[in-house]
Design a protein around this ligand. Structure first.
Ligand code: KG4
Ligand code: ZN
Length: 359
């Protein structure tokens, strides 16, 4: 087998990232470089991502990051086999920057351009570090998505649960904003929750009693807003609320994960342990990781988490999805248009705003 090298570009939200990965003649995958430039300092004063500013910042830095990624990988442009770029879902302005850069490079170098679904990147990310056999259950928890999807094999995905309103990362970010904590809210909440009383506030657990693995988090945010309005927000209050919020979230995720395992077993009829991969920015949360690991005691399952750097948005996971597509000759046309909305499971129903859910 010839060496294959893929350049992956990620620019769907507030991180610009360029990576080079290589599949050697023996079949082993190696990350040669994975450069991530966060736009945190630009967005933090606004308490969230400002799409126009995000697009400009991606555009300002993309060329430089491509050069840095190549240099760190110790390769030249001519050594690349294909260029992959996140082409959705995400913020259109940012997607355009990455996609145009990738198409330009691919056409000049006369190599394939490969449009990647960002969620496929998250779904496969763990495979950059560990051999995982198909099928597995993906719990994707990021700033824009929260879903359970069965990864049957590469390019065959069945979503079995999703959020009907906010994504989990969004719930962390909104709660952090209510508590006047920094952005992004996830890491801030995790930090101060460590010294708070997690039983101080009794928060709602929407959809917990419904026999499916869908989520709803917007009611939780409203409940917190009401409590915040009635209290003096001092440091102890923030700690206790952060801890109570985090515990509530993890309780919900745990119950829904057990349901998802049952659904997975029913659909796949797979013998042996159910492999569960937890990916996306919120998978960086240590409390969530530890609590999910505990589920292994009473359930026939095993959890895998990508390392921190591969949980949040990065070019390496996009390059990996690109590699898998390259080897199957699943190239994209240069006329491919970025898709701000692009479900991983093409047949999945659009659930945002649904009140009655049946599975
Ligand atoms: O996957 P990601 O980097 O970007 C998207 O594709 O959305 O996820 C970003 C989200 C943000 O909402 C952020 O607050 C959350 O992941 N996050 C965390 C932690 N680190 C990042 N949430 C909880 N605990 C963390 N340690
Ligand atoms: Zn992401």
């Amino acid at each position: 087998m010839k060496k294959v090298r893929i350049l992956g570009i990620e620019s769907s939200c507030d991180e610009t990232s360029v990576a080079v990965i290589e599949r050697s003649a023996s079949g082993k995958i190696k990350i040669l470089s994975n450069i991530v430039k966060s736009q945190l300092s630009i967005h933090k004063n606004f308490g969230g991502v400002v799409p126009e500013l995000a697009a400009r910042a991606h555009s300002d830095i993309i060329d430089e990051l491509i050069l840095i990624a190549l240099k760190e990988a110790k390769i030249k442009l001519k050594d690349l086999s294909a260029i992959a770029a996140t082409s959705g879902p995400g913020l259109l302005g940012g997607l355009l920057v990455g996609v145009v850069a990738a198409k330009t490079l691919a056409s000049v170098l006369k190599i394939p351009f490969i449009a990647i679904n960002h969620l496929e990147g998250h779904a496969l990310s763990v495979q950059l570090e560990k051999e995982i056999s198909y099928p597995y259950l993906l719990l994707l928890v990021s700033g824009g998505h929260t879903e359970f999807t069965i990864i049957n094999k590469f390019n065959s995905y069945k979503r079995i649960g999703t959020t009907i309103d906010d994504a989990l990362g969004e719930a962390f970010d909104k709660t952090a904003r209510l508590l006047n904590l920094g952005y992004p809210g996830g890491p801030e909440i995790e930090k101060i929750a460590n010294s708070g009383n997690e039983n101080k506030f009794n928060l709602p657990k929407p959809l917990i009693h419904e026999n499916n693995c869908h989520f709803s988090f917007s009611g939780l945010k409203s409940a917190i807003a009401q409590i915040v309005a009635k209290h003096k927000i001092n440091l102890q209050f923030k700690k206790d609320m952060a801890a109570s919020f985090q515990k509530t979230i993890v309780d919900i995720i745990s119950v829904k994960t057990e349901r998802a395992i049952t659904i997975f077993e029913k659909i796949k009829r797979k013998k042996g342990k159910v492999t569960i991969v937890v990916a996306g920015g919120v998978a960086a949360n240590q409390y969530l990781r530890a609590s999910l690991k505990q589920l292994e005691q009473n359930n026939n399952c095993e959890f895998f988490f990508p390392s921190m750097k591969l949980c949040t948005d990065n070019g390496a996971m996009i390059a990996l999805a690109g590699l898998e597509r390259y080897e199957r000759k699943l190239f994209s046309k240069l006329s491919f248009k970025p898709r701000p909305r692009w479900p991983l499971d093409k047949k999945a129903e659009f659930m945002k705003g649904k009140r009655r859910i049946g599975i």
